[in-house]
Design a protein around this ligand. Structure first.
Ligand SMILES: Nc1ncnc2c1ncn2[C@@H]1O[C@H](COP(=O)(O)OP(=O)(O)OP(=O)(O)O)[C@@H](O)[C@H]1O
Ligand SMILES: [Mg+2]
Length: 236
């Protein structure tokens, strides 16, 4: 099926060695289509971040197959993998992972220093400012994270993830540290992004209001997919 953008087949993941070896993902199979807005739900320690890291090419020590935008993640060389990570995927991490000594715009544009994007030299500031404006932080472009609220830091992290215009956005608890109003705004922003730009969005969440906003919810318990709920229940 050509409209599948992420295809996970028989993925098993272990941590540790010998007696300490622990299986944290069991036979995960999942297809995600282009433009889908999907949530991963499960209790703490169930394996959500582990799965997201595999999809994002951050962890390749697993068994099975993970194909992202046509690329078999476990088989790619480092150069191709980092291109995939930087050009196709945007990450929003569980903690914001912002660099404290950089300003908001520098945090947003940071990835281009590492990867040499196709953004012309000198245009990083303009592009970073534009994305920061989109997430409502026009007046914080020159602020450091220490002077931003939790919700504002989260929006800087979102802007950073969008900087390279990714096809896929992977978000680990994007509303976990936000008050309910700011959380609502982020959910609405994701919905708009998904609808208007057809970005495929994968969101890990503990929150019902987030999973309810998505097209499908994948429930994980103890490293197993136990169910997948679809918002569009089959019409009979
Ligand atoms: N680097 C690691 N080394 C060893 N075990 C790990 C490592 N990272 C995670 N684990 C274990 O793997 C399991 C799954 O962890 P994971 O971080 O994927 O959970 P999670 O569902 O994201 O939880 P949370 O909601 O608390 O973020 C847990 O039992 C955890 O202790
Ligand atoms: Mg986690």
């Amino acid at each position: 099926m050509s409209d599948v953008i992420i295809s996970i087949r028989d993925v098993n993941k272990f941590y540790g060695e010998g007696a300490a070896k622990q299986q944290v993902l069991h036979d995960i199979n999942l297809d995600i289509t282009h433009g889908e807005f999907i949530s991963i739900v499960g209790t703490s320690g169930s394996g959500k971040t582990t799965l997201l890291n595999i999809i994002g090419g951050l962890d390749r020590r697993y068994k099975g197959t993970c194909i992202v935008d046509g690329n078999p993640v476990e088989k790619m060389n480092e150069r191709r993998l980092s291109r995939l990570r930087n050009e196709t995927i945007g990450f929003i991490f569980q903690n914001f992972n912002l660099m404290e000594h950089l300003t908001a715009w520098e945090n947003v544009a940071l990835s281009s220093y590492f990867i040499g994007t196709n953004i012309p030299l000198g245009e990083e500031f303009k592009r970073a400012s534009d994305v920061l404006e989109r997430v409502g932080l026009k007046d914080k472009i020159l602020s450091h994270p220490a002077n931003l609220s939790g919700g504002q830091k989260q929006r800087v992290a979102i802007a950073r993830a969008l900087f390279n215009k990714p096809k896929i956005l992977l978000c680990d608890e994007p509303t976990g540290n936000l008050d309910s109003k700011t959380g609502e705004d982020v959910i609405q922003f994701f919905k708009d992004l998904n609808r208007e730009e057809k970005i495929t969005l994968l969101v890990i969440t503990h929150e019902d209001r987030v999973s309810k906003a998505t097209d499908r919810s994948v429930h994980i318990e103890d490293g197993h997919i136990i169910s997948i709920d679809s918002k569009d229940a089959p019409v009979k």
